[in-house]
Write a protein that binds this ligand. Sequence first.
Ligand code: ATP
Ligand code: MG
Length: 297
Amino acid sequence: MKTRDRLRIAMQKSGRLTEPALELLKRCGLTFRQSRDKLFCFGEGEPVDLLLVRDDDIPGLIAQGVCDLGIVGRNVLDEFALTAGRDVAPLAEWRALGFGRCRLSIAVPQEMDYRAPSDLAGLRIATSYPGLLGAWLRGQGVGAGVVTLAGSVEIAPRLGTADLICDLVQSGGTLAANQLRETEVLLESEAVLAGPQTLPADERGDMIELLFRRLDGVIQVRESRLLLLQTSRGALDAVVRLLPGGPQPTLLPVAGQPDQLMLQALCAGEVSWRQLEEIKKAGAREMFVLPVEKMLA
Ligand code: ATP
Ligand code: MG
């Protein structure tokens, strides 16, 4: 195949992953100009273009080498791995992106008496994920019928085309609206950056490295908070013990107050009011929690 000197990333044209994926790429410093047919986005600064497609097509486009990387739900990527056939190059999940979170679950009619996977023996399960469901059933040693549907899986039990379903769940609202109850989680999913197991070794490889570095920074920063506070030297140990996870804090002297220290700590996640109140009780004051804009370790 003809090699390309620009990186091409496949992503969902219109759906749940579109906005957050574009936002993430923007935060990595990538901006795009959309073609008139809205199928292609030309990268303006860096040599990175986007191909906008249905999410189901993304793993295939990477496997065929049409795109170098893709942003797609783990559910779609793992289903592809199980159903694509042996002659298709295996793909890798290079980064988890932290949005589009959902789970692939078994849900049964509310009135069904479900206790364990063995209760599913002989029943018909409607799903758009026959590969993942089939693998799970085999793992559980349960023989059940798999009814593959492209969409509207949640109404299959009411239509009588299946006894229960295996579908994506986020809040559980759709299940409740259809009198279904979630019983088993088969897969925890989120959007991932997928690519071939062996990345290209040409200029595109360099661009991928750069993208990975920026993504790691953006993902880490998104969850990070900078905590600033003042404490007396006497209370320092007690305060440090209460700091939410992260690297060692930095300590700075406070001018004119030899007993006081200014403490700066990078926290890996949210810092709650309750945590702040505990730290204050231990002797801290003048506390600030700041979002982190950019980080380059
Ligand atoms: P397309 O037209 O691209 O095929 P789609 O209808 O298959 O779109 P969406 O409903 O936009 O796809 O979902 C895209 C991805 O969002 C899913 O594959 C999944 O990874 C994730 N997702 C998060 N929450 C949910 C949810 N409640 N239901 C379905 N998908 C969800
Ligand atoms: Mg789809």
